[in-house]
Design a protein around this ligand. Sequence first.
Ligand SMILES: [Cu+2]
Length: 132
Amino acid sequence: MAAMSRLYLLLPLLTGSPAAAQAPDWSRAPRVEITLSSFDYRPRAIRLRAGQPVRLHLVNRSRGGHDFTAREFFAAATVRPADRGAIGNGRIDLKGRESREIALVPRAGRYTVKCTHTFHTTLGMTGEIIVE
Ligand SMILES: [Cu+2]
């Protein structure tokens, strides 16, 4: 019985669940590719798992610049320290043909993403991030 309860105490550490107060192993986080183009995001609905570390790989396929703006999403998430500088006021800027990786642990919720360049949202650059 005593051995059993000890195992339960160790379990969060062994499984790497959020209960363990340690930095996520970012290298093992699955990679999710998100493509930006004129004037679209692919996929339109980005589905992520709550509390699970993930590496968002943003790829701008167009010649012009775009951004990936999701203020509530980034504010709620735990972003890898090395990537925090790339997010200014919930926005990630991508020059033409640029790509960037952002690792984070998302929090459950539904969030909107949009491009803040003039008229780009009107032209279709909006999407949704669904974290369950
Ligand atoms: Cu844009």
